[in-house]
Structure formats: structure tokens, C-alpha cells
Design a protein around this ligand. Structure first.
Ligand code: G6P
Length: 364
């Protein structure tokens, strides 16, 4: 399919720029202010069943897997159900124990990724309950699942996912509030998150308006041969996704580590030629994250921080607007999409169609 680029040079740029409207769409009609909760029409899970869930297992590939990692944190944090995410391809080959009290969630932009579909089919055959968090309406995974949440990001053409990633994480936040309000999330916390969700479109727009500054940074970082991305807890999947985005479209080697793991190996790589992008939200882990910046600075590493205020140990800080702690990862990923984009552009890459990659992988 080919869609109008709407004045943008690439689909990726168009899709990054559309994120405020896209987030508005995934929220629309789903918030219930009276009960400070969220309604999801297609979930097909009644409150009694929702109370019986003992674990949540999220499955996806690539960027959708990363969105699932953030989703697991949101569900565990708000609904207090143990939750984790795993690449669908790994899950389906390790003969995992399929447990009737686990809720399985398959994540996919296209709804056609073979490894995800095969995992869903195997789970269904074993009697598991599977939900989909899917963008393409009526796709194979959406049809196979027992119910789910549509992501409503709209068509995504660029091979690498941007707006669908953001919308998928927002969809998980909605699901987390929904499950949380059936379980232990208080009315006031439900209200707090809902208010945070409503602020997202304007805050995303504000980040996008900082594009020129990010473009200047990209010109500098495009010279790197290799880059490190670090974050902690909520920030770690943001680092994973940002490093994936950079390597996919710029072909610069990038890896992501939990900031706390630096000292167990990767610190050996730190030197001026290996810049680090650090996710540094203003939350309960701020001091811990700052300590990691100091460790890097002590080894003459260059640092680009994404934070809620200037970080003095960093060479550059991209300051993003603060939301609720739980929702900050949604915003912190966005400037790093632009960083990857402008880095790839500076290097003259084929941004919408990176070499060796496909938009949806419908074979094994
Ligand atoms: C391919 C694409 C990625 C995408 C992944 C999963 O590898 O290049 O951008 O994240 O498939 O795709 P899905 O449609 O299942 O989200």
C-alpha cells in the first residue's frame, strides 16, 4: 500500500510527526471518569475472570516485544499481577509451561508476524486464554485471539515502527488501568493515571517541536561507530527500543544495558569514541541513574541524557516534559526516534527501507 506522505520526505518522519493525533485516537472513547477506569470493548474478559489472573505473559517480536516489556511493567505496577514479556520466537520453542491462570497477550503491529501467530496458535491449542494488542484490524493475530485491544495507530508504512510503538504502550497503560481498577488500583491512582494519559498528546507535540535541536545532536553522534544505551527499570526498555531504532536505520552498532549492569562488563567499552545515551527520569531512581552517569564520565565517556531537567554530568541533555512516573517511558522514547532518524539521514541511509529488513515477517 502507498499512502500520501503529506509533505514529509519519508514515511518515518510522517509517522513520528503523527504521534500526538495517534495517541489521541487510542484514548478516545475509552476513559470512564465516573469510576476512574478504562473501558475496552473488545477485551472479552469479565471482572471475575480478570480477578482470577495470576500471571501475565506478553509475547511479541522486535519493537512490539519492547512495547510489551514496558506493558509488563505497567500491568505489574498498576494491577499488581506478576507480568513479563518474551520474544514470541523464543517462547514457542522452549516448551513453556502453559498455565490456565496466566493471561497471554500477543503484541503485533501488523497482526501477521509468523512467530507471534504460531505462538498464539500453540497457546490456543493448549487451552490458554490469549488477548491481542494489535494495530491492523481483522489481521490474523487479531482473529486468532480471544479478544484484545486495538492500538489505532493508523497505517504504518516505514519498516521500523514509531507511532505504533508509542500507541501500543499507551494501549498497555489503558489495559493496566482497566485491570488495576478491578483489582488493587485505588480510585485516586486511577484518576491520576487517567489525567496523565490525557496530557500525553500535548506533551508529545512539545517534544516534536524540539526537533531542530535533536537534529544538531544527531549530526554530532552520527560520527560514532558504536553507541551504548542505558536505563533502569522503566527506562531500560526505552533504552532497548532506542538502540534498536538507531541500529536498524543508521547501521551504527548500538547496545542497551540496564544502567546497573554497566559495571559487570560494558564499562570496559566506555571511552570517548563510545557515546552513551542515558534515560534519566525524575523518579525514585534519579540518584542511582546519576551515579551511573558519574561512572561513565570518570572513564571519559560522552553522555547524552534524556531527562526531566539538565544533567550536569551529561555533555547534552534532551529535556522532556514530566508526566506521571508510570507514563514517562512513553515520552522519553520519542526524542530518541528523532535522534535515530536524523542520524540515519545525516549518513544518507534509506530510512523507510533499511537493508535486510522487512515490515512484517510472515515466514519463519
Ligand atoms: C519486523 C519489523 C519490525 C517489527 C517486527 C514485529 O522485524 O522490521 O519493525 O517490530 O517485525 O512486527 P509486528 O508487525 O508483529 O509488530
Amino acid at each position: 500500500a502507498s499512502y500520501d506522505m503529506g509533505g514529509h520526505d519519508t514515511y518515518m518522519h510522517k509517522e513520528i510527526s503523527e504521534q500526538a493525533e495517534a495517541v489521541d485516537r487510542v484514548l478516545r472513547g475509552r476513559i470512564d471518569d465516573r469510576f476512574s477506569t478504562v473501558h475496552l470493548g473488545g477485551l472479552n474478559l469479565d471482572p471475575r475472570e480478570a480477578r482470577g489472573i495470576r500471571r501475565v505473559k506478553i509475547l511479541g517480536c522486535g519493537t512490539s516485544y519492547h512495547a510489551g516489556l514496558i506493558g509488563a511493567g505497567l500491568i505489574e505496577g498498576m494491577a499488581r499481577i506478576p507480568a513479563d514479556a518474551e520474544p514470541a520466537s523464543e517462547f514457542r520453542y522452549r516448551n513453556a509451561v502453559v498455565d490456565p491462570d496466566t493471561l497471554y497477550i500477543a503484541v503485533s503491529q501488523s497482526g501477521e508476524t509468523y512467530d507471534v501467530l504460531a505462538a498464539v496458535q500453540e497457546l490456543k491449542r493448549k487451552g490458554a486464554r490469549v488477548l491481542g494488542v494489535v494495530n491492523v484490524v481483522g489481521s490474523a493475530i487479531a482473529r486468532e485471539a480471544d479478544g484484545g485491544v486495538y492500538v489505532h495507530a493508523g497505517p504504518e508504512v516505514c519498516v521500523v515502527s514509531t507511532k505504533c510503538f508509542t500507541n501500543t504502550v499507551v494501549a498497555f497503560a489503558l489495559l493496566a488501568v482497566h485491570l488495576g481498577r478491578i483489582r488493587d488500583l485505588s480510585v485516586t491512582d486511577g484518576k491520576r493515571i487517567i489525567e496523565g494519559l490525557r496530557k500525553l498528546p500535548a506533551q508529545i507535540q512539545e517534544i516534536l517541536e524540539g526537533e531542530e535541536d535533536i537534529k544538531k545532536l544527531a549530526a554530532e553522534y552520527a560520527e560514532a561507530k558504536s553507541m551504548m544505551f542505558i536505563g533502569r527499570v522503566r527506562g531500560y526498555p526505552v533504552a532497548l527500543e532506542a538502540s534498536l531504532k538507531l541500529k536498524e536505520i543508521s547501521y551504527i552498532h548500538a547496545e542497551a544495558y540496564p544502567a546497573s549492569e554497566l559495571k559487570h562488563g560494558p564499562l570496559a567499552l566506555i571511552e570517548p569514541a563510545m557515546p552513551t545515551v542515558a534515560i534519566v527520569p525524575d523518579d525514585d531512581l534519579l540518584d542511582k541513574n546519576r551515579a551511573a552517569l558519574e561512572e561513565i564520565k570518570a572513564r571519559s565517556g560522552r553522555i547524552l541524557a534524556v531527562a526531566h531537567r539538565e544533567q550536569e554530568k551529561a555533555d547534552h541533555t534532551i529535556v522532556v516534559p514530566k508526566n506521571e512516573d508510570e507514563l514517562d517511558p512513553i515520552l522519553m522514547g520519542i526524542p530518541l526516534q528523532l535522534l535515530a532518524y536524523h542520524t540515519a539521514l545525516a549518513l544518507g541511509r534509506d530510512i523507510d527501507k533499511p537493508r535486510n529488513l522487512a515490515k512484517s515477517v510472515t515466514v519463519e
